[in-house]
Design a protein around this ligand. Sequence first.
Ligand SMILES: Cc1cc2nc3c(=O)[nH]c(=O)nc-3n(C[C@H](O)[C@H](O)[C@H](O)COP(=O)(O)OP(=O)(O)OC[C@H]3O[C@@H](n4cnc5c(N)ncnc54)[C@H](O)[C@@H]3O)c2cc1C
Length: 307
Amino acid sequence: MTKVMLENLPQVRGEYKFDEPLSKHTWLGVGGKADVMFLPEDEADLQYFLQNKPQDIPVFIIGGGSNLLVRDGGIRGAVIKLSNRSFSKWQICEEKLYCGAGLKNFELKKILPQNGLSGLEFLCSIPGTIGGAFRSNAGCFGSDLAKVLHHARVMDASGHIFKVEPEDFHFAYRYSDFPQDWIILEVCLQSEQKSKQEIEAIIAQNDEYRKNHQPQGIRTAGSTFKNPEGFAAWRLIKEAGCDTLSIGGVKMSDQHCNFLQNDGTATAEQIEQLCEKIIEAVYKHSGVKMQMEVKRVGERLDNDGRS
Ligand SMILES: Cc1cc2nc3c(=O)[nH]c(=O)nc-3n(C[C@H](O)[C@H](O)[C@H](O)COP(=O)(O)OP(=O)(O)OC[C@H]3O[C@@H](n4cnc5c(N)ncnc54)[C@H](O)[C@@H]3O)c2cc1C
């Protein structure tokens, strides 16, 4: 982005962070810089920004960064993060939970039992925010966001706010066709009443399952590849002998070979190369073309380190 564009950013109430390293905002801990990160104060501030920014500044929205591989060249334009508390408010109305898109899923661990809201326990164990969960149709333990979604409020690229329904976005396994430059503001989720004890028990059981079956406390982005129809990605990876592959500081986790593990020294380029190598090897071995579940965004660096 040119200096002139940056100088023409609108006067907002929120914060601009120039040349913000995105490695600080992703679970994998890699990624180059955003030309500018914008942290809006509230919805009106976000709307003002979109309606007054120079048109040629592209916008990308980041949630908790738990499903992103940001390339080493970073992201051109503005990266928007809804980290202000105004985006993580919640309220209950007629057994429906209204959550701001910036609410961290983990925060539901308190909200659900305290208010007797069941059916949403699966979400508590998925890292990231409600907005990110909507965009990727995040799910586990037999449920996903689309199954519990009543409606949402969103903002399009020109700042218009409107209500959307689940059938608008062709939700499927870890997929929605929600436009990349629209922003989810608030999600309304359906629930059913259960006792505090019952809900806490489900949450504890889910946490226990994760502890026993998935690596904890590592730099990862969760499942790297989607499970192809009729196959488990981890099994395809293992059978192709890719579970022990590594490049630089990245390898597949010993505990779950569909989870990437960055030891803290890997670059995004090394992670992407390992993923491409695995996709190719699995295809050669089994004829199945795996797709990334982790979203790759931003620019690769050339051999001279330029994006
Ligand atoms: C340890 C671990 C375990 C995981 N387990 C699971 C699991 O069981 N099931 C599962 O589905 N996923 C899992 N994931 C992946 C990830 O947590 C989910 O995909 C999560 O929903 C991503 O949310 P996020 O806020 O981090 O989004 P990000 O990673 O920041 O972004 C993901 C996408 O959402 C978009 N986005 C984010 N916020 C908004 C918004 N407000 N409006 C519009 N678009 C937005 C981004 O542009 C991007 O396209 C796991 C990840 C980790 C690290």
